[in-house]
Design a protein around this ligand. Structure first.
Ligand code: ZN
Length: 153
């Protein structure tokens, strides 16, 4: 069944923002600050306040409880078994065992994007609109994050 994210988006965006803000505050409680090597990786991909970043390693990325939001996240490939990281502002989930410099530098670049937007509520509508129109892989924010991946600290 074709899932039309574009028509669902207006209802989903406020829910996505609320969910992302809740994840951000949870990671703020359980996440770890970056060591010196990772602070420098974050700086190198443009993050202005890398000391604010927190990383939480989790067995799997959490799915939203809201059914419409969960369906949208899975249908677009934003969340699912092959996804190993997700960023909400300065708060980052990494799946256990997947913590590579390449993945971290990608997620740090998303922190940079949030930083430039100014907030989760300012970033997410644009990001989700990109995914709804051109898909996850071709979303400009994803292309930019991939372009800033590095292999070594
Ligand atoms: Zn990404």
């Amino acid at each position: 069944m074709e899932y039309d994210l574009r028509s669902a988006l207006p209802q989903l965006v406020p829910k996505a923002i609320a969910w992302a803000e809740a994840q951000n505050s949870f990671i703020g409680q359980i996440g770890q600050p970056l060591n010196d090597a990772l602070l420098s990786v974050a700086r190198n991909v443009g993050v202005m306040r890398p000391e604010l970043i927190r990383v939480a390693e989790v067995p799997q990325l959490p799915l939203p409880e809201d059914q419409a939001l969960q369906q949208a996240a899975i249908a677009t490939g934003l969340l699912g078994p092959h996804m190993t990281g997700m960023t909400f502002g300065y708060a980052i989930y990494i799946c256990r065992g997947q913590s590579t410099i390449r993945l971290l530098s990608h997620e740090f670049r998303h922190s940079f994007q949030y930083e430039q937007a100014g907030s989760i509520a300012a970033f997410l509508p644009t990001y989700l609109q990109q995914i709804a129109t051109v898909g996850y892989h071709n979303a400009p924010f994803e292309i930019d994050a991939r372009a800033h991946e590095i292999d070594h600290a």
